[in-house]
Design a protein around this ligand. Structure first.
Ligand SMILES: [Zn+2]
Length: 584
């Protein structure tokens, strides 16, 4: 069962989509529309558009779109009912008691409750005699009791079922614990056997921006392997989105976020007063994580370990954060292998001075190139300057000039010579970009990919007609009465568009509202993007009944064509019938 139209209408009336989106996207007014950089894909020019009139949004770059509910679903990674709840709370409305299916939402709530209870268990176990070894581990790393409490650290006892038994006594089922990845299972013979996922480990809870415990990291206390066991993906946690301590860091220095390698580094940094530190979870930084962090920072300071793996991670992070548009600076860790060690050895003042002196991404790239060449030889110098030129090609003209001047005096080469080389490198980049773009366009035209409507490529003509019809009906609901005798759902060739039309027609038939938010329950956020696109087609359809009739004609022709293909398989009698029909 869906949430009632009345409730959704009221919610829509009390919700302004612009104010829902503005905390996530920098918006600017363009006439009647509002535009900004899309939070769902990387872009440099704004193609993310809000339509205040229809209370919808649509991105011309990636096809994301929909109503306010869809936006909240996508940006906060919630299911439909949860997103409605968030907006209802915001609008000061009481959710209806029943009449909607929220079993998934309830299951997620149970998993979150299980995680919270497990965090309590790990913490209190650590504070007991049995957990002394875990407490000693954290104290041995130099953490204070205050820090340990602040981060809710704990200890998973050396037992196969201590957590399982405790959680069962608190009313959690095996399935809930399994779905939370707190226990694992093995099938031996007839019986399924459950056992604790974390055993004899120092436990760090991962907390999301709303304060929910969504996952755990468990570290061994000695040198055994694996060093870390982490919660795998669950209904409430996706490792590729996971950022540790962002819940604290977002309240700290808002313009700057320090990105460290692991959670022990982050905890040490917070204890030393750098409460704007975070770590991205998982083995490699993802675009989702970078986007999430960049939402809270104007500048990120990369503070990875000084070993080779750390340098590799830095390079990757520069590239990925670079696409989000935040300023990037790179910390050169001198005197220790990671932030934790530097703070312990030299104190937090030293670390502060490293931050203040951190190189921006261009300086960092130049430093790294410098290490590669022998600058005393002419050959080394030439190679060095060629590679610097391609780095500077991405900088703005003022930066180019400043770095060229600095390098010129340092290397006794004329500034003009360096700038010439930069220009050449810039042209090479442009050519390469053009070629890439061209290749992309060719690829798109030859094999158009459409995840929402996979049949589109096979039936381009029919799909276009279907889309104009749907858009026209969405923009002019009164057309429905005029064309409904001619237009039936079996005329639709692609399954997705047929589904959209059926949902639309059902509502129009009963005189119900066809605002976008009425469809958010039955269509996925990706599909809602397509619906928003139809709604945004105002400029490309003529908004006339005549155009609709033309499209209906096209659909009939296409339908006949596709049945003609099957004509060979028809009996003579059937074939004659078909013939008569088309003649009339
Ligand atoms: Zn987009």
């Amino acid at each position: 069962m869906a949430i009632s139209d009345e409730f959704l209408s009221e919610l829509r009336a009390r919700t302004d989509i612009e104010s829902v989106i503005s905390p996530y996207v920098n918006l600017s007014k363009r006439g009647r529309l509002v535009k900004g950089l899309c939070p769902f894909h990387n872009e440099k020019t704004a193609s993310f558009t809000i339509y205040p009139d229809s209370q919808s949004f649509y991105c011309f770059g990636c096809g994301a779109g929909g109503d306010a509910i869809t936006f909240v679903r996508r940006i906060e990674n919630l299911d439909y009912v949860e997103a409605v709840k968030v907006l209802a709370e915001r609008a000061g409305m009481q959710m209806p008691e029943d009449g909607y299916d929220d079993s998934l939402a309830k299951h997620r709530q149970r998993i979150l409750a299980a995680n919270r209870e497990a965090a309590r268990f790990f913490h209190s176990t650590m504070m007991s005699e049995q957990g002394r070894i875990g407490l000693d581990y954290f104290l041995g790393r130099g953490l204070t009791m205050q820090t340990i409490k602040h981060f809710g650290l704990g200890y998973a006892p050396d037992s196969w079922d201590a957590l399982l038994r405790y959680m069962r006594s608190k009313g959690f089922t095996n399935q809930e614990l399994y779905d939370a990845n707190l226990v694992r299972k093995s099938d031996k013979g007839e019986r399924t056997h459950y056992y604790d996922n974390f055993k004899n480990r120092a436990m760090v809870p991962i907390i999301d921006l709303r304060g929910n415990v969504i996952a755990f990291g468990g570290r061994v206390l000695d040198d055994s392997k694996p060093k870390y066991i982490n919660t795998s993906d669950t209904l409430v946690y996706k490792k590729s989105d996971g950022v540790f301590a962002l819940n604290f860091a977002k309240n700290g220095n808002p313009s700057q976020i320090i990105v460290a390698e692991g959670y022990m580094d982050v905890i040490a940094l917070h204890q030393a007063g750098f409460t704007n530190s975070i770590a991205c979870l998982g083995t490699a930084l993802t675009q989702e994580q970078a986007r999430l962090v960049s939402r809270y920072a104007e500048e990120v300071i990369l503070s990875y370990d000084s070993d080779e793996a750390g340098q590799k991670a830095t390079k990757r992070a520069i590239e990925i954060f670079g696409r989000t548009g935040v300023r990037i600076r790179v910390l050169k860790l001198t005197g220790g292998k990671d932030p934790d060690e530097i703070i312990k050895k030299f104190g937090k003042e030293k670390f502060r001075s490293l931050i203040d002196g951190a190189a921006n991404d261009i300086e960092y790239a130049i430093l790294r190139e410098r290490e590669k060449y022998d600058l005393d030889s002419i050959d080394g110098k030439t190679k060095f300057l060629t590679s610097i030129a391609s780095i500077l090609a991405t900088a703005n003209p003022i930066e180019q000039d400043a770095y060229a001047a600095k390098l010129a005096s340092e290397m006794s080469i004329s500034k003009d010579a360096i700038l010439q080389e930069v220009k050449r490198a810039f042209r090479r980049k442009l050519e390469a970009q053009k070629k890439n773009r061209f290749n992309e366009i060719v690829k798109e035209t030859v094999t158009p990919k459409d995840a929402v409507n996979p049949e589109r490529a096979k039936h381009i003509r029919a799909t276009k007609a279907e889309e104009v019809l749907i858009a026209s009906l969405m923009l002019n609901p009164d057309f429905y009465r005029k064309i409904k005798d001619e237009l039936t759902e079996d005329l639709f060739i692609t399954e997705f568009n047929r589904r959209v039309f059926t949902a639309l027609a059902e509502r129009l038939e009963n005189g119900r509202s066809i605002e976008l938010s009425m469809f958010a329950a039955e269509f996925t956020p990706e599909e809602m993007g397509r619906l928003a696109q139809f709604g945004a087609m105002g400029g490309t359809v003529s908004n006339t009944v005549a155009e609709c009739n033309d499209c209906i004609k096209v659909l009939k022709e296409e339908k006949a064509k596709s049945s003609a293909v099957n004509a060979a398989e028809l009996s003579d009698e059937e074939f004659k019938k078909l013939f008569r029909k088309t003649e009339v």
